[in-house]
Design a protein around this ligand. Structure first.
Ligand code: G6P
Length: 604
């Protein structure tokens, strides 16, 4: 999704801005642009459709020296991807970059047009540029002009404004889209994600909802939504490593798949030792009678898996809903309900809105299971369980998902203690989690076999994924991964539902992927496999040897290392991730930045 970088410094900022944009590429975008006020006081803007590299080539072909500038990667919402619609947008001496959506842009556009402003793009952002330009005519400072402009804006924004006439300051404002200020020595930066600024600083202050700030080389002045001066203390970044490097791997996604043993070990650090689970961070949950999980995308699948665990192992009622649905319907909240949001980014607009709504609905408290420290969901929830997967760059979520599942298993234990969960069962869970990183390492050994399997798959246009019980959400996640990065249409079904429709689709052109650990449902699953075989379907079954599923005509069986049932959803995710990855590589798609998708979806 859109990315913002800005800088005010004593040195030339163009390369800092471009490096920042490159670090935000993983979020997904379709065009990029930069505007710098040069040493002669000219405002120079360059924009390009496509990759940041083509913008960087253009900047290097026509060097743009200057100590203040703003830059942007755009993910189209209003107006097609094009150079004219790329940010920064300008009005006179003003240049603006913006993330989010201005909902009343049409009304403002008509008003501004009537006053003589000429629009050169189809974007909602351009109204901000003209509005600030107009307000500046009667305001005594750029800060006052932005403050006046924002009172007229409805919707979500993170924005940065510069003025050619005042080349010593950036004005930034946050409402609904995150912004972080980076502190240097005699220089300051702004970005929508701290990852963009890691090469220049590790000291960050997060703006709160409704904040406006005036940023110069020497000072940062922040004002809250009532325009009262406030202090947002800078903190040292806890982002562990600079994820900007693919190392020996061809794609970030593959690197991140291979990082899962370590990522899971990190999630468990301090929370599991000597076979004992330490769940202090989750506090006392004995009053909780009901859990409501809210999430989107891959995180939603983690939540769906957890529902099986929380009801079966902890004996606590659990509902799960997609955030964009929850936020727009009337829901009934039972007493002593815990709201759980799950999010790799901590910034997903729908999930955040659902959390804010939930606060009004009377949930006992809120917990987020999240991968980004300091993100909006972490700051606005009562409790946070960090997944510690490290920065995930590939748009298709891998290690963020499996570490979410581990976090949710910890939550299940915390909920179950003293009620549905026996001490023996807790010990079994602790043992299974102890062995999990090693098992995942073993499952990675399936890589070459899966790469071969992918050869046949790549020509297909559709695929079905089947699972039962807590493997059904894993089948959904497998189908989502395939869709996201290989563009093959894929659907997941609970295997028992096959006969109610999808069986009609089965023929030799339809690959059917089945996840079959050795659990209580395996005999039922075998019957579902037979239903498909009898109709000429091409089966690929990922199975535990103990499940005793043998290869047959039209049925390949891929052995998955034997594991405890409890952690099987986490383990069986691995081969499905590898399958999608290899199919996408064979098809030649952009694995890390699939078309039309974004890593962090900060608009509705
Ligand atoms: C986007 C990402 C997905 C992610 C979803 C929810 O669509 O591409 O990978 O699952 O958003 O994001 P969240 O950050 O809330 O987990």
């Amino acid at each position: 999704m859109c990315g913002i970088v800005g800088a005010v410094a004593q040195r030339d900022v163009a390369d800092i801005l471009l490096e920042g944009l490159k670090r935000l590429e993983y979020r997904g975008y379709d065009s990029a642009g930069v505007a710098v006020i040069d040493s002669r006081g000219e405002l120079r803007r360059l924009r390009r459709l496509g990759k940041v590299q083509s913008l960087a080539d253009a900047v290097h072909a026509s060097p743009t020296p200057g100590g203040i500038g703003i830059a942007h990667t755009r993910w189209a919402t209003h107006g097609e991807p094009s150079e004219a619609n790329a940010h920064p947008h300008m009005s006179g001496d003003i240049a603006v970059v913006h993330n989010g959506i201005i909902e009343n842009h049409e009304t403002l556009r008509d008003q501004l047009k009537a006053q003589g402003y000429v629009f050169t793009s189809q974007t909602d952002t351009e109204v901000i540029a003209h509005l600030v330009e107009r307000e500046l005519k009667s305001a005594d400072s750029l800060l006052a002009a932005v403050m006046a402009a924002r009172t007229q804006l409805h919707g979500a924004y993170g924005m940065v404004v510069i003025d050619r006439q005042q080349p010593d300051r950036m004005i930034v404002a946050r409402s609904g889209s995150p912004l972080v200020i980076g502190f240097g020595i005699g220089e300051h930066f702004i970005a929508s994600d701290q990852l963009a600024l890691l090469p220049v600083t590790r000291k960050f202050a997060f703006l709160e909802e409704g904040d406006v700030a005036e940023i110069t080389r020497q000072s940062v002045s922040v004002f809250d939504k009532n325009n009262e001066a406030v202090v947002r203390e800078p903190q040292e970044s806890t982002v562990e490593h600079d994820a900007g490097d693919k190392g020996e791997f061809r794609h970030y996604m593959l690197k991140e798949i291979y990082e899962q043993p370590q990522a899971i070990a990190n999630t468990l650090e301090g929370r599991l030792f000597n076979g004992q689970l330490n769940l202090e961070a989750l506090g006392d949950l004995s009053d909780i009678e009901q859990v409501q999980i809210i999430a989107c995308g891959t995180s939603y699948h983690a939540g769906m898996t957890a529902r099986y665990w929380i009801e079966e192992l902890a004996g606590v009622a659990c509902n799960i809903e997609i955030a964009s649905e929850f936020r727009y319907r009337k829901s009934v909240v039972r007493p002593n309900s815990l709201l759980v949001t799950i999010s790799q980014s901590g910034e997903t607009a729908d999930t955040l809105a659902a959390l804010r709504l939930a606060k009004e609905l009377g949930f006992a408290r809120s917990l987020t299971i999240c991968n980004v420290p300091g993100s909006s969901l972490v700051r606005e929830s009562d409790m946070a369980l960090m997944t510690r997967a490290g920065a995930e760059i590939g748009v298709a979520s891998t290690k963020a998902f499996t570490t979410q599942l581990v976090g949710l298993m910890l939550l299940t234990v915390a909920l179950g203690r003293g009620r549905g969960l026996s001490t023996d069962k807790e010990k079994q869970i602790a043992d299974a989690l102890t062995h999990l990183p090693g098992l995942i390492e073993k499952a990675l050994g399936m890589n070459s076999a899966i790469q071969q399997l992918a050869e046949n798959f790549a020509e297909k246009h559709h695929a079905l994924f089947l699972g039962r019980g807590d493997q059904y959400p894993i089948a959904m996640e497998g189908a989502l991964k395939l869709k996201e990065i290989s563009y093959i249409h894929a659907e997941a079904y609970a295997a028992g539902e096959l006969k109610h429709g999808p069986l009609a689709l089965i023929d030799s052109e339809m690959p059917i992927v089945v996840v079959a650990p050795h659990n209580d449902l395996v005999e039922k699953l075998k019957s579902n496999i037979e239903e498909v075989r009898a109709r000429g379907g091409e089966l690929i079954v990922f199975a535990d040897e103990a499940a005793d599923i043998r290869p047959e005509a039209n049925m390949q069986v891929m052995d998955v290392p034997h594991c405890d049932d409890i952690v099987a959803p986490i383990l069986y995710t691995l081969p499905l991730q590898l399958l999608s990855y290899h199919v996408a590589v064979i098809k030649g798609t952009d694995v890390d930045q699939p078309r039309n998708l974004a890593k962090s979806v900060t608009v509705e």
